[in-house]
Design a protein. Structure first.
Length: 237
């Protein structure tokens, strides 16, 4: 496992683009640890090592994922979460404990939060919806990334099953007036994704709360709606 990680890091360092790195750093409000590897090159590295990663037994694979997460580099986290999602057929309900521990320990910016929760962690919730009660508790956490995660974790499941719509609305209500703009954007984004399939339900939800919902969240939620609906939602009389 250590040999693979060393090879991955060597390839990442070889692909560093300093101009791209500078742009990425400016894109985040909080300090981030990043090599500066463009997404296309990162994708190629992911493909290159997947044959070795997919053949690890699950226990070793989870240890491997955690080693990548411990480095704090965005790119290493991105690779780890992508490979984690590709092994979704091996998920079991008890994996929640490990996933949640990774979320609390290693997710330190919105990029990592989104990479993890909109794919691997969202897939776990899709497979085991009874875990939702646990994720809803995050919406009251002091940790901004847990609060964001409590909403965006539904982005993947809602594309597959309408049952998650009521959970999206419930979490959005809890987060409705959250003071953190990245949390507002998170639940707004989740509502937007839900509106792609359930536009009327999301519109009705937003309109009933438009006087209390922060503009940031509101704009995200209605972004893909027709102009006439956007106007109704934005009009606060």
């Amino acid at each position: 496992m250590r040999e693979i990680i060393l090879k991955i890091r060597k390839d990442l360092k070889f692909q560093v683009d300093l101009d791209y790195k500078k742009g990425c750093i400016n894109f985040f409000k909080e300090p981030i640890k990043i090599y500066g590897v463009r997404s296309g090159n990162l994708k190629e590295i992911g493909k290159k090592y997947w044959p070795e990663v997919k053949d690890m037994n699950k226990k070793d694979f989870f240890l491997f994922v955690e080693e990548l997460l411990k480095s704090s580099y965005n790119e290493e986290s991105g690779l780890a979460f992508k490979w984690l999602f590709r092994r979704k057929s091996e998920y079991v309900k008890n994996d929640f404990k490990i996933f949640e521990s990774w979320l609390k320990k290693y997710v330190t910016n919105w990029g990592k939060c989104d990479d993890f929760c909109t794919h691997a962690f969202g897939e776990l919730i899709l497979q085991f919806p009874e875990l939702i009660l646990k994720t809803k508790s995050w919406s009251k956490s002091k940790n901004r990334w847990l609060r964001r995660a409590s909403a965006i974790i539904f982005i993947f499941p809602i594309r597959k099953d309408k049952r998650f719509l009521k959970d999206i609305f419930a979490v959005s209500d809890v987060l409705l007036q959250d003071s953190d703009d990245l949390v507002q954007k998170g639940y707004g984004w989740t509502l937007k994704e839900a509106s792609n399939i359930y536009q009327k339900q999301v519109f009705d939800f937003v309109v009933k709360r438009k006087d209390k919902m922060p503009r940031t969240a509101l704009r995200y939620a209605i972004e893909k709606m027709p102009k006439n609906l956007k106007k109704q939602a934005m009009d606060r009389g």
